[in-house]
Design a protein around this ligand. Structure first.
Ligand code: ATP
Length: 345
């Protein structure tokens, strides 16, 4: 029976589904009423499966519907966030593109750090406690809340002052303070680099890059410095959009080396390793070092910046290759080579 490429209606579903159609697959989207608008208006989905809440994608009857259409589900950031990581690991039995065991490694900050450091890739220095702060640091709190309450400080005294102020405004709790993650503040420019590791070809491809457009930090910088002090606004880093970007060409050897090393590291730590899209979020400092502060071990939202291909995917493929289409191309090639089992879990 024909395969249907399916995903949850959010995040990167537009080009996952459009790319699947370009490669000749049928498509399905799991959606809440009202959130189907982009998939209808852009005409990328053949089938709509409606749920009351996105987390219902792990419900048994929904899984049955997906299995009945011989679906391969492409997991993205919202899929994991809404379905819940443990549900994806334990309860979701529909075939998924990629290695589902690797998702936990990007979700937990310590595991993520282990995998990136094991690859020999430079990360921001991590501080054991606020007493050790000896230069500008960024203080992060657990839980994905878009960097709400993250702050920058340069000494133990300043750390304490800011913590007290944030507690008095009820932005953070004592538990948050105990779990605070303190890391070196890297002054540099942001690049989120979107890779695809083809298991079939055993090769890492660089498909595109974006930088983030974040509220309210990108709004704050439009206020003159004196007024910023007066306004005393707490920064947040909620992604509201993405800019396509290219990196200076002399940095590309480092870009490829990082991708190759991460794939080697993943192979060692979580068998069978990386499979398909991943993203390294980095800052390039003025020593032209690429410093990685975060990774996604699945398709990242910034791939939306190249739905019709990027300069890099054009160089590689000579056609309009989005990340979504690249996934379906891999599935198509695997079917032709009778290796589908190698790329789904
Ligand atoms: P996401 O939604 O991507 O998981 P998050 O809430 O985990 O975001 P981070 O991605 O860790 O937050 O950081 C938010 C923003 O802060 C980043 O986009 C980046 O611009 C900036 N940032 C993060 N770490 C550092 C650092 N060590 N030095 C300088 N800037 C940083």
């Amino acid at each position: 029976k024909d395969i249907t490429i399916a995903t949850l209606g959010s995040h990167t579903a537009l080009h996952i589904l459009r790319g699947a159609k370009q490669e000749g697959f049928k498509t399905a989207v799991v959606c809440e009423e009202g959130k189907d608008v982009p998939y209808k208006r852009f005409g990328v989905a053949d089938e709509f499966i409606y749920v009351d809440e996105y987390k219902d994608i792990v419900r048994e009857d929904i899984q049955e519907q997906l299995r009945a259409m011989n679906a391969i589900v492409v997991p993205h950031g919202s899929f994991v966030a809404y379905a819940g990581l443990s549900n994806v690991e334990d309860k979701f039995v529909v075939p998924m593109f990629g290695n589902r065991d690797i998702l936990r490694w990007e979700a937990e900050r310590d595991l993520e750090r282990d995998m990136i450091m094991n690859a020999g890739i430079r990360m921001p220095r991590k501080y054991d406690g606020p007493e050790d702060i000896d230069k500008t640091v960024m203080v992060k709190f657990p839980g994905a809340r878009g960097g709400q309450g993250y702050f920058i400080c340069s000494s133990f005294e300043e750390f304490q002052e800011k913590i007290e102020e944030m507690k008095s405004r009820d932005w953070i709790t004592d538990d948050d303070v105990a779990d605070a993650h303190i890391e070196e503040y890297v002054v540099g420019t942001n690049f989120c680099i979107h890779y695809f590791y083809s298991v079939l070809n055993d090769e890492v491809e660089v498909l595109g890059m974006d930088s983030r457009y974040e509220t309210n930090i990108d709004g704050i910088v439009r206020i003159p410095a004196a007024d910023q002090l007066e306004a005393n606004i707490s920064p947040s880093y909620v992604v509201s959009g993405n800019h396509p970007v290219v990196i200076r060409e002399s940095l590309l050897p480092q870009v490829f080396k990082n991708g190759d090393n991460l794939v080697a590291s993943a192979k060692e730590l979580v068998k069978p390793g990386m499979n398909g899209p991943f993203c390294l979020q980095c800052l390039v400092n003025d020593d032209r070092e690429i410093v990685i502060f975060e990774m996604s071990a699945r398709i990242d939202g910034g791939t939306n910046s190249f739905m019709n291909g990027s300069p890099y995917s054009y160089i590689q493929f000579g056609e309009e290759m989005s990340m979504g289409r690249r996934i379906s191309r891999e599935i198509k090639n695997a079917i032709a080579e009778d290796k589908l089992e190698d790329i789904i879990t």
